[in-house]
Structures are given as C-alpha cells and as structure tokens.
Design a protein around this ligand. Structure first.
Ligand code: HEC
Length: 481
C-alpha cells in the first residue's frame, strides 16, 4: 500500500466519522431498516476487534523481529478493522436512538466508538509515514487502549454488572456488585406514608420512559419527569386526555403502553432496549384506576389481590386487614383486671395489639356490667361447651369487632344466626357439635368476610355444605370429611 492510499484512507475515515457524528442525532427516531442494523451492533463489533487485535499482534511480532515497515497483511487488517469499526459505530448510533441505555456509560462508549476507526487509520498512516518520533507508538497505544476500554464499557451495558458477577465467588461479589433483587426496585417499606406515584410510578418512568420524555428532551412534547409536567400535558384534540383518573382505558398514557409492541404508536417504541414488563403495565393501570393521583398513599387506595401479590413480590409486607387495620385504642388495664375478677378469662391476642380474647363458661358473662368499656377491644369469643342458646345470640351484638366466634358443643340450632349479620368482621365461626342444620347455613351467605366455618358433628348435610361453598367460594368449610 502506498502512503497516498493510507492518506486517502484516513481522509475517508474522518469523513465517515463526521457524517455519523453530525447526522445521526442520538435523540432522533431510527427508521426501521436502521433498527435492524442497530440490533446487529453487538455482533458487528467483534469484526473490527478481531482485525485490529490481529494487526496489533503482527506489529508486536514485527517489533520483536526488529523489522520496520508493516507488511501487507498488517496493513489490510488495519484497513478492514477501521472500516469494520465505522460499520459498528453506525449500528451503535442507531441503537442509541432506540434508547434505554445508561447515559453516563453510553457517553464514553460512543466517544471511543468514534476514536477507534480514526486511531486505526492514524496508525496505518503513521506506520507508512512518520514525521514525528514516537508517533507510531502513540497511535498504537491510542488504538489498543480505546478498543479495550470501549469494549469493556459496551459489555457492561449489554450484560450489566450483574452478568459478570453472577457466578463470581462470594468474596468477589462486593467488588463487582450483585444483581439487584426484586425487592430493591421500589421502596415499599412505608406504604402508609409514601405515595403510589413516588414509590411505584416514578421508578418505572425513570427506568423506561424519561430517556425520551424528559431530561432535556420531550418526545411528542411529553415530559414525564415531574407530577406538574404530567398534570399539565395537553394531548391532541383527537386523542384522549393523558390521564383520566379512575378510567385507565380512557387515558392516553395507559392506551399507549397497552398497545401491542409492534404497533406504530406503542410506548416505549420498539425495538426498545427496555420494554415495559407485564407487571409494570399492571401497576401503571392500577395507579390511574385507583385515583391515587399524585398524593394518594399506597394504603389509602384499594389494592386488588393481583396488585397486592405483585407488591409483596416487590418486598411490601402484608398489609393489616380486617379488624387489625382499624384504629382501636388500648383497653384500660384496670377494666381488664376488674372483669377477670368475675372469673371469666380475658387476655390480649398479641402484645402489640389492643384486641382481647374472651372465654366464657356461661352466656351470662356477656352481659356482666364489668365488661362495660371493653366491648370495642374484644375480637374473639369462646363459648364452647357453655349454656349458650339461640336466644342469647343477640347479646353478641355489642361487640362490633368480633371476628372469631366459637359456639361449638352448645345448644345453638342456628335459627337465630341472623342476629350476627351486623358483624362485618366475622371471619371464623365454629359450630362443631351443635344442632345447626342446612336451613341455618343459608343465613351464612350474608357474611362475606367469613374465612372458615367448622361444621363437624352438626346436623348439616352434604348438600347444605355444597350450597354454602357456592355462596362463600373463598371460605374454608370444615365438614369433617
Ligand atoms: C425511545 C424513545 C421513547 C421512549 C423510551 C418512550 N417514548 Fe413515548 N414517545 C416517543 C415519541 C418519539 C413520541 C411522539 C410520537 C408518537 O406519539 O408516537 C412519544 C409519544 C408518547 C405519548 C403521546 C403524547 C401525546 O400527547 O401525543 C405518550 C402518552 C407516551 N409517549 C408515553 C410514553 C410512556 C408512558 C413511556 C414509558 C413507558 C414512553 N412513552 C417511552 C418516544 C419514546
């Protein structure tokens, strides 16, 4: 190869790099054919790396042999490596347009991606024509250095640190960093004080949307970085409003993320590096449907079971439910000891709960004056084997937070079970060894909170139990079978 050819190669390389740098706007939208090329970037990069490392080995061998000028193989490897690097830089530039890569790492990876072809052309030129001493060594150092660093940064972006660290021996993990666990994605440690927007929506938007909608650029005029910007966004007249609280389907924000990925208007646009997961979409829909707005806390809105499961996967503790979610004051301890003096048993269900467990040997204990002032705290009453009868059931109506009732081995027939309908928290009912029959069971359909009903050794039949199971599909009906 002549010096002239090496010079032209350098000029053409510089022109190609400038074209890519000036005309492929990282914030632009890549056309489909470019997206196809973009996806090949991780494969294409290996071609120039191979050629350039090969040229480097030939040069080192030549130095060792004290030969001066590069042979035709080394020259060809530098030319092919340089142009391969331009192809990789082009594919990389389109890949950047598809978004989703960490901007800090990306910046240096992109700079080095442009430096590598220039360094390859410069190395070739310097090896044919050296006006300055030491220039050859400098161009080689620049070339191999930018290949090593640029390649490393690229690897970090495609696989992430977690990929390198996954099989690392335990002692190395703190050095390399571990894969983030599901529980660290959202901070759900204080669901009663943190808003759905801050705890859940903002992290999703930051991870998947604000690379295009915010941080200096707002595609489609949409900025998703702050609640004010989201609230103020006006959509085109033919579109639905960005967000209609309580109606996810009528919100452009949700419509766009629910479109099939290949739809032209789907968000984030494919082939994006970071699509929304099914869980992300479900959480965003819940945010809009729940009317949490920007200020609603997690516990202030209704959490459907599917979302509750998701939030627990992401590390949220199970929320208090039933009576435990109520704000009931502590019982007066002097009242408790006063009542115990009558001979009945009364104890706290847990040290950190205001609720009390009452056990009575006789129905009379429900009406003793010493119980006055303790009714709100009593959540569980055990009357098993007592003289409880159908007539005395009405005495239970003064315990609004009753959630567990044991009437086993009593004379109760169930004829007056409707006296319990006011007990909206009643979850456990024990009717073992009573004369309760099928007709009484039908009244239990009015207790939607019931989770378990014990019916062994009672007068109910299998048909009655089957009817009850239909009426209370979520309850466990214990029939002793
Ligand atoms: C790779 C860049 C990119 C990413 C990432 C991205 N968008 Fe977009 N978005 C655009 C572009 C470009 C437009 C304008 C063209 C259009 O409407 O399709 C747009 C438009 C929109 C619009 C319509 C705004 C209007 O008023 O017309 C909504 C809503 C939207 N995006 C939501 C999202 C959400 C939510 C996310 C994250 C889940 C997201 N986008 C991620 C590029 C992106």
């Amino acid at each position: 190869m002549t010096k002239r050819a090496a010079l032209w190669n350098a000029v053409a390389t510089l022109a190609a790099v400038l074209l890519l740098f000036l005309f492929v706007d990282p914030a632009g939208r890549a056309p489909d054919w470019a997206r196809f090329m973009a996806r090949q970037h991780p494969a294409i990069v290996h071609l120039p790396i191979g050629f350039l490392v090969f040229a480097g080995l030939l040069a080192a061998f030549r130095r060792w042999r004290k030969a001066d000028d590069p042979g035709p193989t080394e020259q060809a490897a530098l030319v092919l490596g340089g142009w391969g690097a331009i192809a990789a830089a082009a594919a990389g530039s389109w890949l950047i347009q598809m978004g989703g890569y960490p901007t800090d790492v990306l910046f240096w990876h992109r700079v080095l991606g442009f430096v590598i072809p220039l360094a390859a052309a410069g190395t070739l030129l310097a090896s044919m024509h050296t006006p300055v001493r030491g220039l050859r060594g400098a161009t080689w150092t620049l070339l191999i250095g930018s290949l090593a660093v640029g390649g490393h940064l690229g690897g970090e972006m495609t696989h992430g640190k977690a990929f390198t660290a996954e099989y690392a021996p335990g002692v190395l993990k703190p050095l390399i960093g571990e894969a983030p666990s599901l529980a660290t994605r959202f901070d759900l440690s204080r669901p009663d004080s943190v808003t759905v927007f801050d705890a859940i929506v903002v992290p999703i938007l930051r991870a998947k949307c604000t690379s295009c909608h915010g941080e200096g650029r707002s595609k489609g005029g949409l900025d998703l970085t702050t609640s004010d910007a989201i609230a103020a966004h006006e959509t085109d007249s033919e579109d639905d409003p960005l967000i209609t609280w309580g109606d996810a389907e009528a919100s452009l924000f949700i419509q766009r993320v629910m479109l099939p990925a290949e739809h032209r208007r789907a968000m984030p646009p494919i082939p994006d590096a970071k699509p929304l997961s099914h869980a992300d979409v479900e959480l965003l829909r819940w945010w809009v449907d729940s009317e949490a707005g920007f200020d609603g806390t997690i516990t202030s809105v209704e959490i459907p079971p599917s979302i509750d499961r998701l939030l627990q996967l992401y590390g949220m503790e199970e929320l208090a439910s039933g009576v435990f979610a109520l704000d009931v004051p502590e019982a007066d301890t002097s009242l408790i000891s006063g009542f115990r003096a009558t001979g009945a048993t009364l104890f706290r269900v847990a040290a950190d709960q205001p609720f009390l467990d009452l056990a009575c040997a006789s129905a009379d204990c429900l009406t003793v004056p010493a119980l006055e002032g303790l009714q709100d705290q009593i959540m569980s009453i055990d009357l098993s084997g007592s003289d409880m009868s159908d007539e005395s059931l009405a005495a239970l109506s003064v315990f609004p937070h009753l959630s567990s009732l044991d009437l086993s081995r009593t004379a109760v027939t169930g004829a007056t079970l409707d006296a319990l309908t006011g007990h909206q928290y009643l979850t456990r009912l024990n009717l073992y060894g009573t004369r309760v029959a099928d007709a009484a069971l039908d009244q239990l359909a009015d207790f939607p909170a019931l989770e378990s009903v014990y019916l062994w050794n009672s007068s109910v039949t299998e048909e009655g139990v089957a009817r009850l199971r239909d009426a209370l599909p979520n309850a466990e009906i214990n029939f002793g079978e």
